[in-house]
Design a protein around this ligand. Sequence first.
Ligand code: MG
Length: 158
Amino acid sequence: MYRIGQGYDVHAIADGLPMWLCGVRVPSDRGFVAHSDGDVAIHALCDALLGALALGDIGHLFPDTSDEWKGVDSKLLLKKVMERVEAEGYCIANADITIALQAPKLAPLISTMRETLAAVTRTPVACISVKATTTEKLGFVGRKEGCEVWAVVLLKRS
Ligand code: MG
């Protein structure tokens, strides 16, 4: 009836790259180093969804050695992962995402992020949680070298 999954991802931050989180462009002159658009939050969510059904991981589904996924909008990856979830007869009961990023502040973007993920996954917004935290300037996140995201999802039989 229910399946639970967790996902984790990290991307390095560098100057002059776009910063995408939860399908939303974050205003910043620094962004994520990646083969795709670097949306580390969507990547963690995809791994949580795949993990819940023991379907492998995002790197296995969309290899970063393939030109097909170069610079890809991660919302498309999430859509494809949801197709797999739906094919197995499941939908999202709820999801909870925690983003660790030192800067910029994400608070003004959280509701747009929730709405974006809800639309792509066809889940009520009330069932999609996005939280942001700094690491109090500690570690690689605190030094603004990278962003770390954890995602947990509960799937239910649809
Ligand atoms: Mg990634």
